[in-house]
Design a protein around this ligand. Structure first.
Ligand SMILES: [Zn+2]
Ligand SMILES: [Zn+2]
Length: 100
């Protein structure tokens, strides 16, 4: 076996090892973020009107279809959601004042 191909082989092995190491480390370094509370429509509470509860978010709606490829053209349309039904963070709960 000639020394050059041995060297190349070792280099590939080291590169693969380092790539795996760094990739793994980057993943574990990421803090596990809490999932953002979202409504069933896919929009967060902020998108929903406080009074009417209607959602102001936009949804990608397919407007043109192709027999082979399916939806080929999309339009951003206002969400049809009428009320936020997702989880509500504790601090956003409205605590009524006791006036007794
Ligand atoms: Zn909604
Ligand atoms: Zn929505």
């Amino acid at each position: 076996m000639d020394p050059l191909s041995l060297l190349v082989g070792a280099g590939i092995a080291v590169t693969g090892f380092l790539a795996g190491r760094f990739g793994g480390r980057r993943r574990t370094a990421e803090r596990p973020e809490l999932p953002e509370p979202v409504c069933t429509c896919g929009h967060g509470l902020a998108y929903h009107d406080q009074e009417s509860q209607a959602c102001h978010g936009l949804v990608k709606t397919p407007v043109e279809f192709d027999k082979v490829y399916g939806a080929v053209d999309f339009e951003m349309r206002q969400c049809t959601c009428r009320r936020y039904v997702g989880p509500v963070a504790l601090e956003t709960f409205y605590a009524p004042e006791i006036t007794d």
